[in-house]
Design a protein around this ligand. Structure first.
Ligand code: SIN
Ligand code: FE
Length: 294
């Protein structure tokens, strides 16, 4: 199976035939990256004039926007700059939300719009606070304090680099191969530890077994330097003016270089999936021979 599937859409509002829609969902759920080489988000001149790596507040990686609260976080600069960036991210979020709904209409009742992020800092040479937070290492997405409770993480990206610099990723092996390799070395959680973590606010909600093993896989992948080098992988370049999307909890990915990228996150509940057996949860339950939703 090819890791990346290129699609010719140039318009943020799609009207596709059923067969084409079904194929997009099947590709996405099988763990491919859907890549739109000519799907550009137009940034206005006054917005571009504010582009700088200094836009991000000191203690953060990215500027974050919450479309549900219409709230911007992590943007430095004066009121005017903040307002320009706020409006730009709001527009991106809305355009992507519409696109994703027109590309996956059958997800409609199962899809939740989450955070938008703008990433104006060059990846190459950036220091990560720890290896676990280092996204230049191959990983599947899983976040220690935010268990998804089994929900899927769907992310949509657009490269808006004004200097034609591509966003470069490495894409690794299929999820089943990743899980086969790492699941066996992950210990079961200590009894009650997950209840305690939720009570103390270490996790924002209860970490189900699925979250526990996903985080274990995420950490083990990043910790294994040999795996990072030796595993079957492909370098993929996403040029300025292109967009791409995938389930980042399924696609093994690492960011290599690039600057000025948008990302819009969504959560998809398991009931929304067309092919549950190919999801990380389906594969995990098959390999572990047990339910992981507890
Ligand atoms: C990641 O999701 O690990 C980083 C992707 C990116 O910023 O290009
Ligand atoms: Fe990631």
């Amino acid at each position: 199976m090819k890791r990346v599937k290129a699609l010719p859409y140039t318009n943020w509002v799609l009207e596709l035939e059923k067969a084409e829609l079904d194929e997009c969902v099947a590709s996405l759920e099988s763990g491919q990256v859907l890549y739109f080489p000519k799907l550009d988000f137009s940034v206005e001149e006054k917005e571009k004039a504010n582009f700088s790596s200094e836009l991000v507040s000191k203690d953060r990686k990215n500027i974050s926007y919450d479309p549900l609260k219409d709230e911007l976080k992590g943007c430095s600069g004066g009121f005017e700059t903040q307002d320009v960036i706020h409006q730009m991210m709001k527009r991106y979020s809305s355009v992507v939300n519409e696109f994703v709904h027109s590309l996956f209409p059958e997800y409609k009742d199962h899809l939740t719009l989450a955070r938008t992020s703008f990433r104006p800092v060059e990846i190459e040479g950036r220091e990560a606070p720890s290896y676990r937070k280092n996204d230049t290492l191959l990983h599947v997405d899983s976040f220690p304090s935010s268990p998804t409770g089994g929900m899927r993480i769907l992310r949509f990206f657009t490269n808006v680099n004004p200097f034609n610099k591509p966003r470069v990723w490495r894409v690794g092996e299929p999820y089943e191969a990743v899980a086969k390799r790492f699941l066996k070395e992950i210990k079961k959680p200590f009894p009650l530890s997950r209840v305690v973590m939720e009570k103390l606010g270490i996790t924002k909600s209860y970490r189900i077994l699925y979250d526990h093993y996903m985080l274990g896989i995420h950490n083990s992948m990043k910790a294994d330097q040999n795996y990072q080098k030796e595993v079957d992988q492909e370098r993929v370049e996403f040029p300025t003016g292109s967009s791409w999307t995938c389930f980042t909890d399924q696609v093994s990915h690492a960011v290599v270089s690039g600057q000025y990228v948008f990302e819009q996150s969504f959560y998809l509940s398991l009931e929304g999936l067309k092919h549950k057996e190919s999801s990380p949860l389906g594969i995990m339950e098959k390999l572990l021979k047990q339910k992981v939703t507890v």
